[in-house]
Design a protein around this ligand. Structure first.
Ligand SMILES: Cc1cc2nc3c(=O)[nH]c(=O)nc-3n(C[C@H](O)[C@H](O)[C@H](O)COP(=O)(O)O)c2cc1C
Length: 191
């Protein structure tokens, strides 16, 4: 059982990274193999708008360091997507991933979109923000969870919105990290 995490924070020991690692520890404790993809550390580019994925369903024609990980999503037991809020929206690294995930949305039989991701996968979301109100960016967060998880047919088993990060960094927040660990176990449907 393979759980993958896509980390959109450029900070190796920042909040998103700390929370994602706690989730992955939880997943490992339930028997998962895990991979963390730090998007800022790989040579990836954005969608090139070629629309080849409208014909070649489920495959992104852009070949770069992200390509194998996009393929691995289809084989995984579940994915975690995490990022900081920058300038009132998701950080740019995660937007590059979202756009490339368009390739996982083939045209639907009766219009709209289908999914190239086999059914039965779990999904977890992590967002870290400086603002204290966890609802402040809820529309952006709903969009992110939809585009990268539930819209592809995955079951969201938990989300962590880490607010007020300047006052309370994740590393100093044992309750939050315990919640993250539990979320990791839920990724394998172990409560
Ligand atoms: C360029 C930049 C823009 C930011 N914009 C926002 C913002 O609009 N709203 C907010 O709540 N926090 C904002 N922050 C704060 C980050 O979201 C916050 O520090 C977060 O915990 C960083 O996550 P990380 O430690 O995982 O990188 C911004 C930080 C940076 C560097």
């Amino acid at each position: 059982m393979h759980i993958m995490a896509f980390n959109g924070s450029p900070r190796k020991n920042g909040n998103t990274s700390t929370i994602i690692r706690a989730i992955l520890e939880g997943a490992k404790s339930a028997g998962a193999e895990t991979t963390e993809v730090v998007l800022d550390e790989i040579e990836m580019k954005g969608c090139m708008g070629c629309l080849s994925c409208r014909k070649n369903h489920g495959v992104c024609a852009r070949q770069d360091a992200l390509s194998p990980y996009l393929e691995d999503i289809k084989e995984s037991a579940g994915i975690i997507v995490g990022c900081p809020i920058y300038m009132y929206r998701m950080g740019g690294q995660i937007k590059l991933l979202v756009d490339r995930m368009y390739s996982l949305y083939p045209p639907g039989r009766e219009g709209g979109y289908g999914t190239a991701v086999p059914a039965g996968k779990t999904y977890g979301l992590v967002v870290s923000q400086g603002a204290p109100d966890p609802d402040q960016y809820k529309r952006s967060i709903r969009w992110l969870a939809g585009m990268t998880g539930t819209g592809l047919g995955m079951e969201e088993v938990g989300r962590i919105i880490h607010a007020d990060s300047y006052e309370r960094p994740a590393k100093d927040h044992p309750e939050l990290l315990a919640e993250a660990h539990r979320l990791g176990r839920r990724m394998l449907r172990v409560e």
